[in-house]
Design a protein around this ligand. Sequence first.
Ligand SMILES: CC(C)(COP(=O)(O)OP(=O)(O)OC[C@H]1O[C@@H](n2cnc3c(N)ncnc32)[C@H](O)[C@@H]1OP(=O)(O)O)[C@@H](O)C(=O)NCCC(=O)NCCS
Length: 164
Amino acid sequence: MPTPLPAPALLRRLDNGPVSADLSAGLRALAKDCGLKLDPDAELAKSWCLFWVAELAPSLPLAGFCLAWAVADEIELISIGTPPQARRQGIARRLMETLIAEGKRSGARAIFLEVRSRNTAALKLYRAFGFTALEERRAYYPDGEDATLMSLNLPPATASPLQP
Ligand SMILES: CC(C)(COP(=O)(O)OP(=O)(O)OC[C@H]1O[C@@H](n2cnc3c(N)ncnc32)[C@H](O)[C@@H]1OP(=O)(O)O)[C@@H](O)C(=O)NCCC(=O)NCCS
């Protein structure tokens, strides 16, 4: 019998107030699994925070997250991650689609991000969405790795036609 395809991840937006201590602990564990640092309570306290979490099912561990900051007409993607056991199922793609849709909806001009120059998975993900490199920052990270600064311009929101 063929293996059933995993159900698509459900995305839950969290940046509308504080989260429970259990969820906060789950988010910390998720970020650690992804090899990323995250202080969810500090981030969610920022009025400019955009935050989504991905779940494959309510009973399963969290399957990904995306944190960004919306400042004036720009969005900065701070962190995106999927734990090793949930990778290559399109979860980061869904998170990126959702972030870009929110950027367009809110009238943001562009999304910016910095990524480790050797992070081929993330670079490929970002390029697939049309992000292009703006500049290389030599020895940007504490371990000496370079950073690539990337951006994606968002089209201006189209005005709805005037009613006669
Ligand atoms: C980068 C990362 C977020 C990708 O998450 P993911 O859920 O596995 O990504 P998706 O399944 O949505 O993949 C979407 C596309 O990204 C690219 N991609 C993702 N992982 C890749 C890999 N290991 N190698 C090459 N391309 C990859 C591919 O283009 C992929 O499309 P495809 O599967 O049709 O080829 C995940 O590997 C991760 O959490 N890494 C550790 C944390 C990190 O580096 N975050 C980014 C910097 S903050």
